[in-house]
Design a protein around this ligand. Structure first.
Ligand SMILES: C[S@@+](CC[C@H](N)C(=O)[O-])C[C@H]1O[C@@H](n2cnc3c(N)ncnc32)[C@H](O)[C@@H]1O
Length: 335
């Protein structure tokens, strides 16, 4: 136990990324986010970790270190939200839009961990024709780190979802890091992930009524004593009748012409495809529907698609739970 590398998760949300680290044998000590609900879920699911609600626009690593008593750390992980980057010449500059990224850099500078993992949206590597990516690498190289990056596709690593995230990994003292190769060419499907969950709502803690229907379901149930966060959304009669016209894996193009424009976004009226990995789970916009039932996936179904184990229980309002799930890095990808 004593030799597990220690971790701080910045902008931790509910802690999808750091949960993956726990499963991989790390000791997550601390998560920081300015979002109270997410921190409540984080603390409840990361038993050894402390979660603190703090605005990383304002709080410095010095203040956090003083507050928590954490003076040394082996690994810093996190995904600073990026609202685009402001660049001048070939550099990311110090303005408000870049401050959360700069905050991540300042934590690495302060703690000088053995390694860091910074994740972000996949197009960060092409922003500003690559200047953003080059500038990120340079910022960390200045602190003495060797940095490599890769855009990873979750479905190639045992997650039933085609989510892409960019990862920058830095190591000190020229220690080499190699990104893992994809583990499968036959990705898991939405059906593999959720076919054992019923059409109707369940009270939290309801026992499983069936055996797992796939190896993935067996894995994800783990030691859970039942099903949580499976409360369905009741749609209007109009919504239910429109979505009933869309087949498994279909979308608005399957609707009669006059109904196609009932929602003004391209992604509207999309159903999961039972035979394929899910598209990227969002934060609860209610445009993506179950492959079979005439409703959006529940929080638990979304969590399954994100590879959260059934023991990982989301707290807060249902809207907040959807957001926590949708924002997260799939734990199995983090792992
Ligand atoms: C993409 S989510 C992180 C998800 C997380 N890595 C996971 O795997 O579950 C980004 C997080 O940054 C947090 N955040 C945004 N602005 C912040 C700020 N100024 N200070 C602290 N946290 C902030 C959000 O509340 C959100 O939880």
């Amino acid at each position: 136990m004593k030799n597990k590398p220690t971790v701080i998760d910045l902008f931790c949300g509910c802690g999808g990324l750091s949960y993956g680290f726990i499963e991989a044998g790390y000791d997550v000590l601390l998560g920081i986010d300015h979002w109270k609900d997410a921190i409540v879920t984080f603390e409840n699911t990361h038993k050894n970790a402390k979660g603190i609600v703090a605005d990383l626009f304002k709080e410095t690593p010095q203040e956090i270190s003083k507050k928590t008593g954490i003076k040394n750390i082996d690994v810093i992980i996190g995904g600073p939200p990026c609202q685009g980057f402001s660049i001048a010449g070939k550099r990311i500059i110090d303005d408000e839009r870049n401050q959360l990224y700069k905050s991540f850099v300042s934590f690495v500078d302060f703690y000088k961990p053995k390694a860091f993992v910074m994740e972000n949206v996949p197009n960060i590597v092409s922003m500003g024709k690559g200047i953003v990516k080059d500038s990120i690498i340079e910022d960390f190289e200045k602190l003495g780190y060797s940095v490599i990056y890769k855009v990873m596709l979750a479905s190639e690593f045992g997650v039933p979802q085609n989510r892409r995230r960019a990862f920058f990994v830095g190591t000190k003292n020229n220690k080499e890091f190699v990104f893992p190769e994809p583990i499968t060419k036959n990705p898991l499907s939405a059906k593999d992930a959720i076919s054992d969950l019923p059409e109707k709502s369940l009270t939290d803690g309801t026992k499983y009524k069936t055996e797992p229907k796939s190896d993935y379901q067996k894995l994800i149930r783990g030691k859970s004593d039942g099903i949580y966060n499976h409360e369905i959304t009741n749609h209007s009669e109009q919504t239910t009748s429109i979505i009933s016209l869309v087949p498994d894996g279909g979308n608005y193009k399957n609707l009669p012409e006059e109904l196609r424009k009932t929602r003004n976004v391209n992604i509207a009226w999309t159903r999961l495809n039972s035979k394929k990995p899910s598209f990227t789970i969002d934060t609860g916009h209610r445009h993506h529907f179950h492959y079979k039932y005439n409703r959006v996936p529940t929080v638990r179904e979304s969590a399954r698609i994100q590879s959260f184990p059934d023991t990982f229980i989301f707290l807060g309002s249902k809207t907040s739970q959807y957001k926590q799930v949708g924002n997260a890095v799939p734990p199995i990808l983090g792992n």
